[in-house]
Design a protein around this ligand. Structure first.
Ligand code: GUN
Ligand code: ZN
Length: 435
C-alpha cells in the first residue's frame, strides 16, 4: 500500500474565481489545516483534527505555522535566458538582438542545453514554482534537454521548439518545413509522456514568415490537445514592425488567427497594447493572456490591464518571463502585478494575486484539472512558505490584522528565502539550505 502523508500547517485554497465576486470569499484559509497525500495525489484538504483522526497511520509532516499552498505555476518563461537575466539597458528588439539571440545560439550544444535546463529547474523549485510553460530555442536539442530535466524531477511542464525563419541570426533560423518537421518529431517524442506537454511555439510573428505560421497552424490542427504559446502586442515598436511585415493583417492577433493559431489552448504572453477586437476575440475564443509584470517594466513595455481584463472574464495567467523578467520568483512577480495594478488604478487583492499565480496560470496552460490548487484529486504539487522569512517581513507580519494582511508582506517583499519546502507530485524536492 502506498504511504499516506499528512502535511500540517495553515492552508490556502480556492473555491471560486476571486475576480468574479468578493475576492476573499473565493478563497479558503485554514489556520490549522492539513493536506492528505497518497501516490502523488491530494486525497483531502481539511482541518487537522479531522484528518488526523480519520488517518491515524499517515506519516505526519508538521510545518507548524507555515502556509501550505499549491505550488506556483509560471505560465511563460524562456529557460534558455537564465544566464542573461538582468541584462542592462535595452528595449525589446535591441534586447533580443544584443543579449537573447547570442545566448540562444549556444543551445545547439546538448551539454550546454542540459546544464542550463537543470540549473533553471533547480532555481524555480527553490522558489516554490512547480510547473512552467517554457520557450526553448530553435534547436531540438534544447527541447530534449528541458523535457529530460523536467522528467527527472517529476514535474508537469509544457515546452516547445521556438520557431523562427526570419529576422534573427542565421544560426537560429529554420524554415517552414523544418519548423513543422522538428516540432512534429519533438511532439511525438514528448507530448503526454509522464507529466510533459509539447507546446507548439512560434516565437512571435515578426520572426516567422506567413508560411511558417501556416505550417505551425496545420501542426496544431493535427494535434489540437497541445497548448500553443507565443507573444502578442508587447511593445509599441514591435507592433509597428509587425504592421510593416503583415500589411494586410487586421491587427497583431490576426497574424496568428489567419493561420489557425487562435483557439482554446493558445497562450499569448504580454498582450499589453490590445485593440478592442483583439480583446473581445481572445475572450470569445477562450484563449489565454499571460501577464508578465516584471518583464513589462524591466523591458519598458507597458501596463497590462489585469483588473479590466479579468473583469471581462478573460483567462489570465501570471508569469516571470525569465529572462526578460527580472526574477525567478512568483512572489516577486505577484508584487510587480500589484504595483502595475496600482499604476492602472486597481489595487489587486492578495487573493487575486495568489489565484493568478496558481489557478490562473494552470487555467492558461489548460491543466486546471490537474494542478494549481489544493483540492482532492489534484496532483500534489505544493509549496510551504514561511510568512516571516526575513526580519523586515516578520516585523510587519507581527502587526497583521487577519490572514490577508499577514500574507501581503510576503507577497510584496518575499523571495526564495520564504520557501520552506517544495513538493512535486507528492515528493519533497527541496529543503532549506540552512535551518
Ligand atoms: N518577444 C519575442 N521574443 C521574446 C522574448 O524572448 N522575450 C520577450 N520578453 N519578448 C519576446
Ligand atoms: Zn516571452
Amino acid at each position: 500500500m502506498p504511504q499516506t502523508m499528512l502535511l500540517l500547517g495553515q492552508t490556502l485554497s480556492f473555491e471560486a474565481d476571486p475576480f468574479a465576486g468578493v475576492p476573499q470569499d473565493a478563497a479558503r484559509h485554514r489556520r490549522r489545516g492539513a493536506v492528505l497525500i497518497e501516490a502523488g495525489r491530494i486525497l483531502a484538504v481539511d482541518e487537522v483534527d479531522k484528518l488526523r483522526t480519520a488517518h491515524p497511520s499517515a506519516q505526519v509532516i508538521d510545518h507548524g505555522d507555515a502556509l501550505i499552498s499549491a505550488g506556483f505555476v509560471d505560465a511563460h518563461v524562456h529557460y534558455p535566458q537564465t544566464a542573461i537575466i538582468a541584462s542592462w539597458g535595452k528595449r525589446l528588439i535591441d534586447w533580443l538582438n544584443s543579449y537573447t539571440f547570442p545566448e540562444e545560439m549556444r543551445f545547439g550544444d546538448p551539454d550546454y542545453a542540459s546544464a542550463m535546463a537543470n540549473r533553471y529547474l533547480d532555481l524555480v523549485l527553490a522558489h516554490g514554482t512547480t510547473s512552467v510553460s517554457s520557450f526553448c530555442t530553435s534547436h531540438p536539442e534544447s527541447v530534449d534537454a528541458f523535457f529530460a530535466a523536467a522528467q527527472a524531477r517529476g514535474m508537469r511542464v509544457a515546452a516547445g521548439k521556438t520557431c523562427m525563419d526570419r529576422n534573427a541570426p542565421n544560426g537560429l533560423l529554420d524554415t517552414p518545413a523544418r519548423a513543422f518537421d522538428e516540432s512534429a518529431a519533438l511532439l511525438a517524442r514528448w507530448h503526454g509522456v509522464d507529466r510533459l506537454s509539447y507546446a507548439i511555439t512560434p516565437r512571435f510573428s515578426p520572426t516567422s514568415t506567413p508560411e511558417q505560421l501556416e505550417a505551425l497552424g496545420a501542426l496544431w490542427a493535427a494535434h489540437p490537445d497541445c497548448p500553443m504559446q507565443t507573444h502578442l502586442s508587447e511593445q509599441t515598436d514591435e507592433i509597428a514592425w509587425m504592421r510593416r511585415l503583415f500589411p494586410d493583417a487586421r491587427d497583431y492577433l490576426d497574424t496568428y488567427e489567419q493561420f489557425g493559431l487562435l483557439r482554446p489552448g493558445a497562450m499569448f504572453g504580454h498582450a499589453i497594447h490590445l485593440e478592442d477586437r483583439e480583446r473581445d476575440r481572445v475572450r470569445d475564443v477562450g484563449a489565454a493572456l499571460v501577464h508578465c509584470p516584471t518583464s513589462n517594466s524591466f523591458v519598458g513595455s507597458g501596463l497590462f490591464a489585469t483588473g479590466d481584463l479579468a473583469g471581462e472574464a478573460h483567462i489570465i495567467g501570471l508569469a516571470t518571463d525569465t529572462g526578460g523578467g527580472s526574477s525567478f520568483s512568483m512572489l516577486r512577480t505577484m508584487a510587480a502585478a500589484y504595483e502595475i495594478g496600482q499604476l492602472r488604478g486597481t489595487a489587486l487583492h492578495p487573493a487575486q494575486l495568489w489565484w493568478m499565480a496558481t489557478v490562473g496560470s494552470a487555467r492558461a496552460m489548460g491543466v486546471q484539472d490537474r494542478i494549481g490548487d489544493l483540492r482532492s484529486g489534484l496532483e500534489a504539487d505544493i509549496v510551504v512558505l514561511d510568512l516571516a522569512s526575513t526580519p523586515a517581513i516578520a516585523q510587519r507580519a507581527e502587526r497583521a490584522e487577519g490572514f490577508w494582511d499577514a500574507l501581503f508582506p510576503t507577497i510584496m517583499m518575499g523571495d526564495d528565502r520564504a520557501v520552506i519546502a517544495t513538493y512535486v507530485n507528492g515528493r519533497r524536492v527541496s529543503a532549506p539550505a540552512v535551518s
